[in-house]
Design a protein. Structure first.
Length: 212
C-alpha cells in the first residue's frame, strides 16, 4: 500500500521536472548566440552622469542624433531647442538656437534598420532669415529671405515665391500631424527668434499687413 502510494506521488513530480527541463532547453536553444538576431529598436539618446535620467523621448533622441551624425557632423555644435515629428512618417522639424531644419530618415519607418539611420536634410533655414510665420490648421507657414535645401538649391515644387519690390521672399509650408503640434512649433519658433534679438543678431520680422 505504501509502495503504490509512493509511485502515485512520484509520477506527477517526475512529469513536472521533465516539463521544466524541456522548457529550459527550449529557452537556451532560442537564445543561443548563433540564432540570436538582435537589433536596435529605438534611436539612442545621450546619457550624462551629471544630469538625471529622464523618460525616453523619441523626438528628442532623433533631434540629438541628427545634429551629431547628419551631413558629416556639420550641426554637432548646434544647441537643440526642439524636435517634432511631421505628418509624413520619418520626417521631422528641428529647431536650434540658430537654425530650423526639416530632415528625413527613411530608416525610422522600419525597425530593422533603425540601428543605422541615414539622415537627409531637406530644408535648412537660418532663423534670422525668417520674416513671417503663421499657422493654418495643421500647416505651418514660414516666409523667409533665404532657403537652402540639401542640394543647395531651392525646390520650386514646394516653395511659393513672393515678388515684392525690394527683396525676394520664399514661403515654405510644413505639414504637422495636428493643429496643436503646428501651434506648438509656431510658439517655439517665436521664442527662438526672440532669443536671436536678445543676442544682438539681425532679425527681420514683418507684420502680416506688410505682406501682399
Amino acid at each position: 500500500m505504501v509502495s503504490g502510494t509512493a509511485k502515485l506521488i512520484a509520477r506527477p513530480i517526475v512529469s513536472v521536472l521533465e516539463l521544466t527541463g524541456r522548457t529550459a532547453m527550449s529557452i537556451r536553444n532560442r537564445s543561443g548566440p548563433r540564432q540570436a538576431k538582435l537589433g536596435r529598436v529605438r534611436v539612442p539618446r545621450p546619457v550624462s552622469r551629471e544630469l538625471p535620467l529622464r523618460p525616453y523621448s523619441l523626438e528628442e533622441a532623433v533631434g540629438i542624433s541628427m545634429l551629431i551624425e547628419a551631413d558629416d557632423a556639420r550641426f554637432r555644435d548646434e544647441f537643440l531647442v526642439t524636435c517634432k515629428a511631421l505628418k509624413q512618417a520619418g520626417n521631422f522639424v528641428i529647431v536650434t538656437r540658430r537654425l530650423m531644419l526639416v530632415v528625413k530618415c527613411c530608416s525610422l519607418t522600419a525597425v530593422s534598420s533603425i540601428h543605422n539611420p541615414e539622415w537627409v536634410v531637406e530644408l535648412e533655414m537660418d532663423l534670422y532669415s525668417i520674416v513671417h510665420i503663421d499657422t493654418e490648421g495643421e500647416t505651418l507657414n514660414i516666409v523667409s529671405t533665404r532657403t537652402e535645401t540639401a542640394q543647395g538649391q531651392q525646390k520650386t515644387s514646394h516653395l511659393k515665391r513672393w515678388k515684392p519690390r525690394s527683396i525676394p521672399l520664399v514661403q515654405r509650408s510644413i505639414e504637422m500631424p495636428t493643429v496643436e503640434a503646428a501651434r506648438e512649433v509656431l510658439q517655439i519658433l517665436w521664442t527662438a527668434i526672440d532669443g536671436q534679438k536678445h543676442r544682438g543678431l539681425k532679425v527681420h520680422l514683418l507684420h502680416r499687413n506688410m505682406l501682399r
